[in-house]
Design a protein. Structure first.
Length: 255
């Protein structure tokens, strides 16, 4: 039998006996069988030695959701099929540098899957705002049961689309030391959408934005303080057959 003792802190990181709050005694037998015993540090020991006694209950490690409190990013149409608009190619080209994404977390939760929380699950309920700035002098409006592009000429300085909704992501987290890789997806509901022109200012409700959104998501975080992320939609931005066949890609940072 081969026996090893690992001294751990509250984050289950291997440390010295002096710094440890608990320990694992691992026995590996010649037949390949492995057993572990969890040891609590004796709090009433006044000697210079650090002793650990057997515990039936492993110290519970609190697992925090890897979904950040807030995130900021940039939007871009990763795909755009203009088959419905042969006379207006490129009218939905967007300025990525001014097409912003912002989200704030109302509630988040997480749970470890394995005993050392190397893997875990994270989810949240979030409010999401998106802006899309037209690169060309266009806006869109409802006409004859679908969205139609409207050239603006020099009448307006800015043209954009704004949406607001609720989103629920779900991630599988892989935690290595202070770094975490989270892979999963998201689903959401778009609660409002509108177009906005500026100088002069004109607002109008935008029809045929897809009310349901879903897609894939990945994020890399460090010490659960800051992360980079990418969201790739599997749903079209507009209702099928009512607007441009397009999907909105988002990249950014969370904190």
């Amino acid at each position: 039998m081969n026996r090893e003792i690992y001294y751990l802190n509250d984050n289950d990181e291997i440390v010295s006996a002096e710094e440890a709050t608990h320990a694992i005694m691992r026995d590996e037998y010649s037949n390949g069988k492995v057993s572990e015993m969890f040891l609590d540090k004796d709090s009433d020991n006044d000697s210079e030695e650090y002793s650990f006694s057997y515990s039936y209950n492993r110290p519970k490690r609190r697992y925090e959701s890897r979904v950040p409190s807030a995130e900021f990013g940039f939007n871009h149409f990763s795909t755009a099929n203009y088959a419905l608009y042969p006379e207006h190619p490129g009218f939905m080209d967007m300025r990525m540098g001014r097409s912003f994404h912002f989200a704030t977390t109302l509630f988040s939760a997480g749970t470890g899957i394995d005993r050392r929380a190397i893997t875990g699950l994270s989810t949240a309920i979030r409010l999401v705002w998106n802006k899309l700035y037209f690169d060309n002098q266009y806006t869109i409006t409802k006409e004859d049961g679908m969205l139609k592009p409207v050239p603006l000429g020099d009448k307006f300085e800015k043209s954009k689309i704004k949406t607001f909704g609720i989103q629920v992501p779900l991630y599988l987290d892989i935690n290595i030391n202070k770094a975490s890789l989270s892979l999963g997806g998201y689903g959401g509901i778009v609660l409002s959408s509108k177009t906005k022109l500026k100088s002069p200012k004109v607002k109008d409700k935008l029809s045929y934005v897809n009310p349901f959104e879903y897609g894939l998501s990945a994020r890399m975080s460090w010490d659960n303080d800051v992360c980079i992320f990418v969201n790739y939609p599997l749903s079209n931005f507009f209702v099928d057959g009512k607007g441009l066949d397009s999907r909105m890609l988002t990249v950014g940072i969370g904190f």
